[in-house]
Structure formats: structure tokens, C-alpha cells
Design a protein around this ligand. Structure first.
Ligand SMILES: Cc1cc2nc3c(=O)[nH]c(=O)nc-3n(C[C@H](O)[C@H](O)[C@H](O)COP(=O)(O)OP(=O)(O)OC[C@H]3O[C@@H](n4cnc5c(N)ncnc54)[C@H](O)[C@@H]3O)c2cc1C
Length: 502
């Protein structure tokens, strides 16, 4: 249980039981066969869709359930814990790596014809970024989609595409303006049975139940209506979408560690050596203690990042850190857990062998560990910041740039239930402007100038305050460095928690 109670409520836990029961009955008995076949039957995904599992976060209008992100966290944890990375990744690609582009950027026509059937389990999606000559270096992709009348003609190749062989459609990253660099990248939705597409199924070290394809596009004709969002914005859409992909990878990372440790503990309590269960050997006990501590710490961080995502924050740094830490830890955990099994760990009949193979991809797919470290280094060393407003996400709110714009957001951000019955007055002094913000019995009032007595007086410059509120600088650091003066820190904190973040 541990820290999870801070993130999952009773309804989430009830949902966990539902998905667990479904997987025990409908998936676990078939996993070995699916791993052998390199394929999961469509009839299974239809049942999965009918249970509502593909649409937990999507609006009811499209057949979804409109639930919070933690339902998807529960789903990803549980599909990971049945010991087939190839099974889990099929779910993750569908819910977190491909359909979100259709939801966020697709027209109503595309939502009706692709998102709805994906939620229902009738269509399986994939995301086509990687090419034989462009993996980490996404900007260097060469697949071209050239407009001719009301169609695009697509030529090029993609590789390592999960769900690419048996899937229904691909969210294809291609260049609609090959001379415009990243500003020429667009996302186009392409049916995988289109004329001119050839597929080659790849043999892999792990993830055997998942199909991974090399796709060739030879004069593939696609209607312009299949463009997602606007031409030339694809790279920015992708940068936004990759945060969720990385977060999903991180959730599967810590969940696979938990599964492997539980499985190892059971084995260690049954296996005897030198007349006692091997879980009595101190060296093995300490290894379990160390791994459990690292998993719990990583999980806490990933769940906190999930909360940021749930609250609509654009957590580039935290998602990259989560993916880096959880996937590296999964790799190490599987290596060490296999050791607990001795020779049996090397045998296919023990699930730890598969978990060991499947974990290896974690530090490669969805951006390698080296690329995660590059992104994090840019943010912590070079002060680079990424925000969604510049990412071209049409659903993203424009962040306030002036004090007037910032204070105008307060009424809609007020958490009414939290504010109910509260009384608090705040004075704000900026470079050329002063405000009083009062909460009277839960009601908010904002006025110019410093009115009446205040519980707390905040003094800073416009730029610093806007940067804090828009998440560009850390409030604690601004406070410690003296850029912000706060007369009563407790009142400031009580005030802060009454408002949703931008
Ligand atoms: C099983 C599997 C499933 C996949 N599924 C999909 C999918 O569904 N869709 C999709 O689009 N892609 C998918 N991928 C592709 C995956 O995202 C890429 O393999 C990954 O991004 C790395 O690209 P690459 O393989 O071309 O390696 P490269 O980019 O060639 O990298 C090779 C090595 O160089 C390092 N490197 C590269 N650039 C730098 C740098 N600037 N600094 C330091 N080190 C660097 C890398 O970290 C790596 O260690 C999948 C891959 C696999 C194996």
C-alpha cells in the first residue's frame, strides 16, 4: 500500500480490481501462446475496448469515460504486472502514444472515424516516428508527404513501429515541406491497409507478443482530410505528446520492478539452500531492501509527475527524469531478480526470464537514456525551459504575460471547495502596481492598491512573479535569493493552495 494511498482513491482501487480480474481471466491464461505467436488476437482487444479500458481519459462523446489520469496509471500498472512487456506496450501505444494525437489535434471527422473505433477496440493504432536513418535525431526524418490536389502522396520508410504489422492505422510523422526543417514536419493519419504500404515483421530480443514493423511507403495516397492539426506543426505536437509517452514508460518501468520483486519474494520463501529458505541469507535480503527502496522512491516521483500531468502541467523535466530513472531501474531490477532464481531464472518456464528480456528496451524506446539526460541537462544546466504554449498544441491555454492577465485568471482558478469558509487578505506590491486579493468566507475579490489590513504582504517585480506563476522559476529559489519578499510565509502557502496551477 505505502505511498499509493496519497495518489489513488477508493474508486481507483475498485477499478484496479476490475482490470485485475479481467486480465486474470482473459489475458494471463493466453500470454504464453501470444508470446509464441508474436501476436495478440483482435478479438481480445475488442473485449478490452468493450470494457472501456482504451477510453478511460477520453470524453464520453467519443465512447470514453472522462476519468482522471490516475485510472490510466492503474491500467498501465496492472497490464505491466502480468509479465509480458509485449502485451503491456500494445495497450500503452494505443492509450498514451498514438490516440492522444487524434484526440488533441484531429478534426471531428478523424475523431469519429479513428478515435471512436480505437476506444471501442475496433482499431489498433501506432505511432510512426523512427526511420532507418533517424531515431534519436527526430528532426532528420526523410519520409515525405507531398500535396497533390486533395491528397498527399507519401514516400519513405519507418522502422521499429510497434503495432505496425497488425495495427489499423499509423500516426505518421512526415515532411510536408522537406526544405523547412522542423517547421516542415506534419502528422498524417494513414490506414495501414493503404495501397503502396509494405510491412516487414522484425525479430526482437524481447516484447515477443508485440508486433514491430518496418514500413515502406511507396506513392501511398492519403486524403488531405487525414492531416492532424495544421501542416508544419507536427514537430511541436510530437514534442508535447512525447511527455505522456515517457510518463507511460516510467509507470510501466516501476510497475515491472514491483512485479518482479513480488515474484522473487515468493520464490525466495520457497527455495531452500543450506537447509533454509534463501530469503534468510542476509546478502539477498539486503539486495531486496535496496531494490525496494529505490523502486518506492522512483514510484513516488513518477506518481508525483503523473499528478502534474493530471493537473494539466507541461512537465517536460519531470517526465524525462521519470522515464530515465524508472527504465534504468527496471533494467537493474530484472538483472538482480533473475540472480535470485539461480539457474531457474535462466529457464523460459520462469517468468523472470521474460521480464529480464523485456526490460532491456526501456532505456531505448521512446527516447534513449542518453537523450533523456540531454533534455534534463539543457533544463538544469542551460536554463532552457519548455512550455506548451510554444508547442503549438491547439488545446493549450496561452500563458499570461502581464500582471493584469495573470490576476484575471484567479477567479477561474479558485478551488471553491477548498476556499469555502476561508478568510484571508493578501497585499501584492510589484514594480509599478499594487493589488489586494481578499478571500471573504470563500468568496474572491481582487482590487487595485493596498486595501485594509493584510495577513501577508508579497513584494517582488512583475517579471519574477509571472515567471513563478507560469512555472518558469522555482518559488522557493526566488524566495531564498531575496527576489521575492513575503511577510508571512504560512499565509502565502495557505493562499497558494486555494488556486489551481496555470
Ligand atoms: C522494440 C522497439 C519498439 C519501438 N517502437 C517504436 C514505435 O512504436 N514508434 C517509433 O517511432 N519508434 C519506435 N521505436 C524506436 C525507438 O524509439 C528508437 O529505437 C530510439 O528512439 C533510438 O533511436 P535509434 O534506434 O535510431 O538509435 P540512435 O539514434 O541511432 O542511437 C544510437 C545510440 O547513440 C546514442 N545517441 C544518439 N544521439 C545521441 C546524442 N545526441 N547524445 C548522446 N548519445 C546519443 C543513443 O542514445 C544510442 O545509445 C522502437 C524501438 C524498439 C527497439
Amino acid at each position: 500500500m505505502g505511498i499509493t494511498k496519497y495518489y489513488f482513491n477508493e474508486e481507483h482501487e475498485m477499478f484496479r480490481q476490475t482490470i485485475k480480474t479481467f486480465l486474470e481471466k482473459e489475458a494471463s491464461p493466453h500470454i504464453d501462446q501470444w508470446e509464441k505467436d508474436g501476436k495478440i488476437p483482435r478479438s481480445f482487444w475488442k473485449k478490452f475496448g468493450e470494457m472501456g479500458f482504451f477510453g478511460l481519459n477520453y470524453p464520453e462523446k467519443y465512447g470514453g469515460s472522462g476519468l482522471d489520469f490516475f485510472y490510466n496509471v492503474v491500467l498501465l500498472e496492472e497490464v505491466t504486472k502480468i509479465f509480458s512487456g509485449g502485451f503491456a506496450i500494445t495497450v500503452a501505444v494505443q492509450i498514451a502514444m498514438s490516440t492522444p494525437y487524434v484526440f488533441h489535434h484531429g478534426s471531428e471527422y478523424l475523431k469519429e472515424n479513428y478515435l471512436k473505433p480505437s476506444i471501442a477496440g475496433d482499431k489498433i493504432a501506432c505511432i510512426g516516428i523512427t526511420e532507418p536513418g533517424a531515431g534519436s535525431d527526430v528532426q532528420n526524418i526523410q519520409t515525405k508527404a507531398i500535396k497533390q490536389g486533395d491528397h498527399y502522396i507519401i514516400n519513405g520508410a519507418k522502422t521499429f513501429i510497434t503495432n505496425g504489422v497488425y495495427g489499423s492505422y499509423v500516426v505518421l510523422v512526415c515532411k510536408t515541406d522537406p526544405d523547412a526543417g522542423s517547421a516542415g514536419v506534419s502528422l498524417i493519419l494513414v490506414d495501414l491497409d493503404s495501397e503502396g504500404i509494405s510491412k516487414n515483421k522484425l525479430n526482437k530480443l524481447g516484447w515477443h507478443a508485440s508486433d514491430t514493423a518496418e514500413l515502406h511507403f511507396d506513392d501511398v495516397k492519403v486524403p488531405v482530410a487525414n492531416l492532424l492539426g495544421e501542416e508544419g506543426k507536427g514537430f511541436y505536437y510530437l514534442m508535447g505528446g512525447l511527455q505522456l509517452e515517457r510518463l507511460a514508460g516510467a509507470i510501466m518501468g516501476y510497475a515491472s520492478c514491483e512485479g518482479a520483486i513480488d515474484y522473487s519474494l515468493k520464490y525466495m520463501s520457497e527455495r531452500k539452500a543450506f537447509g533454509r529458505p534463501i530469503n534468510k541469507f542476509q546478502v539477498l535480503r539486503h539486495r531486496i531492501a535496496q531494490l525496494s527502496s529505490e523502486v518506492e522512491a522512483t514510484k513516488t516521483f513518477v506518481l508525483q509527475t503523473s499528478r502534474m500531468h493530471n493537473d494539466g502541467m507541461y512537465a517536460v523535466k519531470e517526465s524525462s527524469m521519470s522515464k530515465l530513472l524508472a527504465s534504468e531501474l527496471a533494467d537493474k531490477t530484472m538483472y538482480q531478480c533473475l540472480q535470485f532464481f539461480g539457474g531457474y531464472g535462466y529457464m523460459e518456464e520462469y517468468k523472470i526470464a521474460r521480464a529480464f528480456r523485456d526490460a532491456r528496451i526501456g532505456t531505448i524506446g521512446g527516447g534513449t537514456s542518453e537523450i533523456m539526460r540531454e533534455i534534463i541537462a539543457k533544463m538544469v544546466i542551460d536554463d532552457v525551459s519548455y512550455n506548451r504554449a510554444s508547442s503549438g498544441d491547439k488545446d493549450a491555454k496561452k500563458l499570461p504575460e502581464t500582471l493584469e492577465e495573470l490576476f484575471a485568471t484567479l477567479p477561474e482558478r479558485l478551488k471553491k471547495e477548498k476556499a469555502a469558509g476561508k478568510n484571508l487578505t493578501m497585499h501584492f506590491s510589484f514594480t509599478n502596481k499594487e493589488y489586494t486579493v481578499e478571500i471573504n468566507d470563500g468568496n474572491l475579490q481582487i482590487s487595485d492598491g493596498l486595501q485594509g489590513e493584510a495577513n501577508c504582504h508579497v513584494e517582488t517585480d512583475d517579471e519574477t512573479y509571472i515567471a513563478i506563476e507560469t512555472g518558469k522559476i522555482n518559488p522557493q529559489e526566488a524566495f531564498m535569493s531575496g527576489k521575492v519578499k513575503v511577510s508571512d510565509i504560512m499565509s502565502m502557502m495557505s493562499f497558494g493552495v486555494l488556486f489551481k496551477r496555470l
